[in-house]
Design a protein around this ligand. Structure first.
Ligand SMILES: [Zn+2]
Length: 250
């Protein structure tokens, strides 16, 4: 069984980390926006660029508030909970995520590094004051478009828009350098610089496990590639690990 093999790899690792992408949240009802039912089949990705935000913040928010509302209805799934459990067991040291949905934290994960920011927060582009996104959505409902800070600056979501550099990349790479095992979960591993995380672990002699529905460019250098549904596979890994540790302690 592949989940036993992955479980053994996690148990024998000393610094395992997870790297997650859109595929971990599809079972929560959030479509992969690059996939066949994704957002970018219906809307132009142009709408989520920093240039468009700067040019037309009202138009940007008309679109982006729709996207945010969709994300707010989603709840963590079994894959998120399994990773939170592995962290509690001391077996996963950090999660580096490309997702902005905040579902890892909702599932109970503590050490989460968000490369693309979070849609749960907004901030003023002028004074950098932060706002809760649900409050901003409420103000948009009441007709405030674009939402503005008390200082007069436009408020934006605390996410990385197309055309902007990712957040926390040096911290993420530092963690990848320390890691001897990375589980890449639900990421197509095509977007630079996100694919640097698994590559860095491999370059430093660590192992790479890829769980993804589709082929990825890094499959050929992975130690194991798993095509199963992440929300079924990860709980299976957790069960295996719990059984193993039970046998060891008895
Ligand atoms: Zn302000």
């Amino acid at each position: 069984m592949e989940c036993d093999k992955v479980g053994d790899m996690i148990l024998t690792s000393t610094f395992a980390i997870a790297f997650t992408g859109a595929g971990i949240s599809t079972a929560s009802g959030i479509p992969d926006f690059r996939g066949p039912n994704g957002l970018w089949k219906k809307y132009s990705p142009e709408l989520a660029t920093i240039d468009y935000f700067n040019k037309d913040p009202k138009g940007f928010w008309e679109f982006y508030s729709l996207r945010m509302r969709g994300l707010f209805t989603a709840l963590p799934n079994k894959a998120h909970y399994a990773l939170a459990e592995l962290e509690k067991l001391g077996l996963i040291k950090a999660i580096i995520t490309q997702n902005i949905d905040g579902l890892h934290q909702l599932a109970g994960s503590k050490n989460v590094i968000e490369l693309h920011g979070t849609m749960r927060k907004c901030y003023c582009v002028r004074c950098l004051k932060t706002y809760d996104s649900q409050q901003i959505l409420k103000r948009i409902d009441e007709g405030e478009l674009p939402p503005k800070c008390e200082c007069g600056g436009v408020i934006r979501p605390d996410v990385v828009l197309f055309g902007e550099p990712v957040y926390n990349i040096s911290e993420a790479i530092q963690i990848a350098r320390e890691s001897d095992l990375v589980l890449s979960i639900g990421s197509s591993l095509t977007v630079y610089p996100a694919n640097l995380i698994p590559l860095t672990v491999k370059e430093n002699g660590g192992k790479l496990i890829i769980l993804n529905a589709e082929e990825t460019p890094l499959d050929s250098i992975a130690d194991i590639v798993v095509r199963e549904r992440v929300e079924e596979f990860l709980p299976c890994v957790v069960n295996y690990i719990k059984n193993q540790t039970l046998h060891r302690s008895s």
